[in-house]
Design a protein. Structure first.
Lengths: 172, 388
């Protein structure tokens, strides 16, 4: 498991753009990681969240049997190996479920006056392996179950957040 | 454990869909006192205590229960509490369990709870910042509703019938929070909360409480009311039980619960007099109807339409084969969101003959399903334990 050091750039030095000026290349400390994702980090999710800071979508994969799982767990649910590795996925997949929030928790950049899409995407890496986020760059009418998507990133505060866009649409 | 543990009594405060000027504990105290009175028991008779909030130690102290030999604070929904209490009674860890649930308007079930300063500190879980890009929690059922509609190509009216059934039944329940008539035009024009679900697809956040006495069948037989015997209880889960990882609409917790419950029970759907099928979200009820075996996957909407008793004013209710009503108390959608205690209490009252203006004549057997798809698909079969 990647244990960060204290030498990374601090959150205060970041801004919203351009993207490659963010924390992306920094190896943030545990303290910084927990402050960037308040209430969301534990030892098992830390590698996934550090991956986000580098704009890499990391999903746990078993180094012994090769099975992927989400959300991150300390052992492989298929073979109980402790040798699970946060591993990049392409982020390509198919929309499996789609919700449009007419109201919801306050979040920077989210305006519920247009219903906010939240989708669960079945990732190409393995049947049944899914990841949930929003879809950017397309009107809600086009965001439908069965549509192909690709990975994209938006900034939430100073933190890169993985999102999806419909396949073939230009990047956010 | 079959028929060896009984529910000896059930009591409710009734429910209100507003921020009342009372604490959660005050409702729990009221319901607990009522069920003790109903059964002819005092706090001295209680040696087991089971509920989520307030915690069992807090409720023991509040009610002045002198000594407990067993307690538990299971997670919601209430099937967990029934299974825990029945196991404790059957194994002899204790003899008489007081089980309770305080339904309370909090930030997780209604944002308007935050307007009341006394409620802001009352919550489940540890807080933290919840981003909108998630289907954990309440959004999970909306996500699976989208999948249900996609896979089976069902119209919104199928969900609407579940809401109308609950509302029509709630009109006969003085304790229900929502008792104004609801018709399909109301449903279809309602405010969307999380598309494809609208206001009427989601249970109503309420203040109130239910309480139960769970004890041995022998002890219950000597108490005032007819015992309701727990024929079987199952808490089913699949390996992948997170909202977005659950395998599919043909493979989730309900399927595990149904198969085990059928195997452990002496009766099934052809022999029940009332069905209490959880309706915290309308899509859950459609799934229960299918999975317990009334119809096939995706067919619940047409099954309801075929078993619908329509009133002239546009209200209506489900009567399976013209005989078996569903959620006679008004369900979570209209009585109020109680994590299944409403469904259980109504089953107990129907089998005891205490359901007043909505009593099903001669009700002997009930199927109660509590909760949804994931880590909460629970069920029990109940039967009356005393001849009429």
């Amino acid at each position: 498991m990647n244990v960060g050091n204290a030498g990374g750039r601090t959150a205060g030095s970041m801004n919203n753009e351009p993207a490659d000026m963010s924390v992306a290349d920094a190896d943030v400390s545990d303290e910084e990681l927990c402050s960037l994702f308040p209430g969301a980090v534990d030892r098992d999710s830390a590698a996934h969240l550090r991956g986000r800071l580098r704009r890499r979508l990391l999903i746990n994969r078993c180094a012994e049997c090769g099975t992927w799982h989400a959300p991150p767990k300390p052992v492989c649910p298929s073979c109980l190996s402790e040798h699970v590795v946060a591993t990049p996925v392409s982020g390509a997949g198919t929309i499996f479920m789609a919700v449009f929030l007419h109201q919801g928790p306050p979040a920077e950049g989210v305006d519920y006056s247009t219903p906010y899409p939240v989708v669960t995407v079945e990732l190409d890496e393995q049947p049944g392996l899914r990841y949930s986020s929003t879809v950017v760059g397309s009107p809600n009418e086009e965001i439908q179950i069965g549509r192909r998507v690709e990975l994209d990133w938006i900034m939430r505060g100073n933190v890169p957040t993985p999102v999806f866009r419909l396949a073939g649409k230009s990047r956010a | 454990m079959k028929d060896r543990v009984a529910i000896a009594g059930a009591a409710s405060t009734g429910f209100q869909a507003r921020n009342t000027d009372r604490s959660q504990a005050s409702y729990v105290a009221q319901a607990c006192k009522a069920v003790l009175d109903q059964c002819g028991l005092t706090p001295r008779d209680i040696d087991g205590l089971c509920g989520s909030l307030p915690t069992a130690p807090a409720v023991q102290s509040m009610l002045g229960i002198p000594e407990l030999t067993w307690f538990a604070n299971p997670v919601i929904p209430f099937g967990n509490h029934v299974a825990a209490a029945a196991s404790a009674v059957y194994s002899g860890l204790c003899d008489v369990v007081l089980a309770y649930h305080g339904a309370y308007r909090m930030a997780w079930n209604t944002g308007s709870a935050l307007k009341d300063p006394f409620r802001r500190g009352v919550t489940f879980g540890g807080g933290g910042v919840v981003p909108p890009e998630s289907v954990a929690g309440s959004a999970g059922y909306t996500a699976w509703a989208s999948r249900y509609i996609y896979e089976f190509n069902v119209p919104r009216e199928s969900l609407g019938h579940v809401a109308i059934n609950s509302r029509t039944n709630a009109m006969a329940n003085p304790g229900a929070a929502m008792r104004d008539p609801l018709v399909m035009e109301d449903y279809l024009s309602a405010r969307m909360i999380r598309s494809p679900l609208c206001l009427y697809d989601m249970d109503v956040a309420v203040d109130g409480a239910d309480a139960f006495i769970i004890t041995t069948a022998e002890r219950a037989a000597g108490l005032r009311l007819p015992p309701v015997l727990i024929n079987a209880v199952v808490l089913g889960m699949t390996g992948k039980n997170e909202e977005d990882q659950t395998p599919g609409l043909r493979q989730h917790g309900q399927h595990v619960t149904v198969e085990a419950l059928k195997a452990k029970s002496d009766f099934w759907i052809d022999d029940i007099d009332v069905l209490l099928a959880y309706d915290g979200f309308s899509v859950i009820t459609l799934n229960w109807l299918e999975n317990v075996g009334f119809c096939g996957p995706g067919e619940a909407g047409s099954f309801i339409a075929d078993n619908w008793v329509a009133n002239e004013d546009g209200t209506g209710r489900i009567m399976i084969k013209g005989r078996v009503p569903v959620n006679t108390h008004g369900g979570s959608l209209s009585e109020g969101g109680t994590q299944g205690t409403g469904h259980l209490r109504e089953a107990v009252h129907q089998l005891q003959g205490l359901a007043a203006g909505r009593q099903i004549e001669g009700a002997e057997r009930a199927l109660v399903t509590v909760g949804g798809f994931f880590f909460n698909a629970e069920g029990m079969t109940l039967r009356r334990g005393r001849p009429r």
